[in-house]
Write a protein that binds this ligand. Sequence first.
Ligand code: IFM
Length: 458
Amino acid sequence: MKPVAFPASFRWGVATSAYQIEGAVAEDGRTPSIWDTFCRVPGAVRDGDHGDVACDHYHRMPQDVALIKSLGVDTYRFSVAWPRVQPGGRGPVNPAGIAFYDRLTDELLDAGVEPWVTLYHWDLPQELEDAGGWPHRDTAHRFADYAMLVFDRLSDRVGTWTTLNEPWCSAWLGYQAGVHAPGRRDLGAAVAAVHHLLLGHGLATQRMRAAAIREHTFGITLNLGTADPATDAPADHAAARRADGMGLRVFLDPLRKGTYPQDVLDDLAEQGAELPSRDGDLDTIATPLDVLGVNFYFGQDFSGTDEQGSSTGVDGHPVVRQVPLDRPRTAMDWPITPERLTRLLVRLHEDYPGLPIVITENGAAFDDAADDAGFVSDENRTAYLADHIAAVAAAREQGADIRGYFAWSLMDNFEWAEGYAKRFGIVHVNYATQQRTPKRSALWFRDLIAHHRGSASG
Ligand code: IFM
């Protein structure tokens, strides 16, 4: 990797989420989330895997914090499990549940690592799904109440608050494609979920900001990519526009401009769907932000015709088909496209100016082979991280205001519908023994951070 400069203030971190690592799903009053339920649906998750034990982080937290410290990162981004803190999604705080995050926060601070909280990383309490889930407006209000329970307890020590992780996944994968919890396939429900997730973000942010007694940083994390037309054909341009509309602009336009993009509204209307926005909602959603979290994995090309050349899909909707890129791929079959990260970040800087960005997730799954000691010599993952960090530096050189980079993930964990088959960790986890072993990529990341600490200025 060619040496790249980052200022001393640049944040280096690792990230995880509650359901993917904690386990202890029935302890200390936690109730089921939609993922506990979804994992029990035959065929929903590869190999019937679930998060009952995961990385057993709930019981191994102090050792895991020591591991985080050993990497030399300055920030740890973790999520809080809503059904642990507020079982059932309503009512008072569960003291035993919030106590875990209290201890985690203190442990991190004692280790000199800054805690960065994500309030919602997909584990909606099942009771709230039974009451209608994110397509139901009330869920946005329930989320804001829950956010306040956590904020009240941790905001004296936690400075950075992300409301939602990747609402695109919650809405489209959960309610339209049905491949994530809760596994519904209903365009109207997905579109309503988009709006209510954004509304929940806005309500929670306003309430937390109003209650803050010291300076805090409030933000949201989106999974963003680049959507390019596969060819110059007008249908491919239209498909790329649609993908960009539903993937990026339907979130960032309301958050930053207080409007939904007209072409997205038109596309939805064409399909008989509507964003259920009421008077005042867009003002709430556009409440000021301090940071945008960007999770980047890959960019995509789109075609507006299916393999038979038809521009209308079996569902009667216009075709928006991902065309495989001729690139090296990760174990997720995702193409490796670091230059598109640079392009994305420069575009965000130009189209949505004035908002600092932190890369809150970036990383790759590969088919790791651990040796007898559990060590993985993952040159592929190391190269992936190096190329994407260089891509961030290139975007900064072009003026993009990128303030940090967090590797996904601290350790191998439950990769949602892929179960434990896909390993994103920079630390290997032996699930039989729960032994953690830093991979080559972790040691490289540690050295990179140390190098930048030593050489950075400003
Ligand atoms: O593991 C997930 C994470 O929960 C959200 N962002 C993408 C990661 C890799 O798929």
